[in-house]
Design a protein around this ligand. Structure first.
Ligand code: NAP
Length: 341
């Protein structure tokens, strides 16, 4: 069976997903698209040479009878509306992060999905599909470093455009929030944010870097440096320190060059290049499980947990306090948690 997909939002990531589904992945085709900018949606259909109908709005895509599943790739504040409408229509929906603009919005989606009675929602936290993070999880899950005690992370980007306010947390660090609880099979209980000396190379008024300290239920301490104007490259680091060893996230594959009296490797500069394989795997696995009527990836509950944790981090940043993270018990509905296909 070929899964017939409708895409809401044909901006940067919407176009990337359309391209990968059309050119690289198997088992799905794009049959419907929409964007608030209709001319852009039409241009994407033409440029990508796909046989898709351009609809006036997201609801028409969701309700189209020949659409089996939905990809929500529009801007963040519109996600909740389209995910809720997909649940009402009983259609599987892959929603790029964030699941909703607020934790309350994410909770409304969780409640709607539980009321519907079947898991339909997956959130686009693609790091869980990165080969390196999967290898690291395998090492940790198999006890190769003993019980994890600490995790040291860095999330560095050369520069950012259109970043404002707390986006280092709400746009960038959300990926660590998701992947680290998946990596450790644990949840967070508190957050603290330390503000180091500011770089002079960030946009005016923007704090950069941040150090975020998270504590988990098991007492594991996580420190993450978020530095989004580091200049030199896109550099994601993660080291798990356990009772009997340490395990590091592998570096992306790069040729070791001996030349001109130097030993060197290149560092990537674009996040898209760093995680390109993860996006492919993420969507291919979503297509495969959706065709089987299953859902294995980051759930609406995971989207909710990330939103609650990000809110605590933002509060910690602005108050300078250690902020407790309180979460309702995970509903039994989401018990098949952290499944790898
Ligand atoms: P983008 O280039 O601005 O694309 C978003 C598109 O959605 C734009 O074409 C926008 O139109 C359109 N849009 C806005 N409201 C809409 C609505 N109500 N109905 C239909 N279309 C609507 O942004 P992007 O970079 O692709 O990001 C899209 C989402 O993906 C964001 O939530 C972002 O956080 C997420 N994302 C995730 C990752 C990841 O690593 N997982 C990476 C990149 C992006 P206008 O431009 O005319 O407003």
């Amino acid at each position: 069976m070929t899964l017939r997909l409708g895409v809401i939002g044909t901006g940067a990531i919407g176009q990337d997903h359309i391209r990968r589904i059309t050119d690289s992945l198997t088992g799905a085709e794009i049959v419907a698209v929409t964007d608030i900018n209709a001319a852009q949606a039409r241009a994407v259909v033409e440029n990508e040479k796909i046989n898709a109908k351009v609809y006036e709005n997201g609801h028409d895509v969701i309700n189209a009878t020949d659409v089996d599943g939905i990809l929500v790739t529009s801007w963040g504040p519109s996600h909740e509306e389209f995910v809720l409408a997909s649940i009402t229509a009983g259609k599987p929906v892959f929603c790029e992060k964030p699941l909703a603009r607020t934790a309350e919005g994410c909770k409304r989606i969780v409640d709607a999905e539980i009321a519907h009675g079947k898991q339909l929602v997956q959130v686009g936290f693609m790091r869980r599909y990165d080969k390196g993070y999967r290898a690291l999880k395998n090492v940790v899950d198999n006890g190769k470093v003993g019980a994890p005690l600490m995790v040291h992370c860095a999330h560095r980007a050369p520069s950012v455009s259109n970043f404002s306010g707390d986006m280092a947390i709400t746009d960038a660090f959300v990926h660590e929030i998701d992947v680290l609880r998946w990596l450790l099979n644990d949840d967070y209980v508190s957050a603290q944010v330390i503000l180091p000396k500011n770089t002079t190379l960030a946009d005016k008024g923007l704090q950069d870097p941040h150090i975020v300290l998270l504590e988990t239920k098991q007492g594991i301490r996580i420190d993450t440096e978020i530095f989004v104007n580091c200049q030199y490259g896109y550099d994601i680091q993660c080291q798990v320190v356990g009772e009997t060893g340490t395990a590091n996230l592998p570096e992306p594959l790069s040729v070791l060059l001996r030349s001109e009296a130097k030993l060197s490797t290149e560092i990537l500069v674009d996040w898209k290049d760093r995680f390109i394989d993860s996006y492919d795997t993420e969507l291919q696995e979503w297509i495969n499980s959706t065709v089987k009527g299953e859902m294995h990836g980051p759930s609406a509950w995971d989207g909710f947990v990330v939103a609650v944790t990000a809110d605590a981090c933002v509060k910690a940043k602005h108050t300078g306090e250690i902020v407790p993270i309180t979460m309702p018990e995970r509903p039994v509905f989401y018990d098949k948690f952290f499944v790898l296909q």
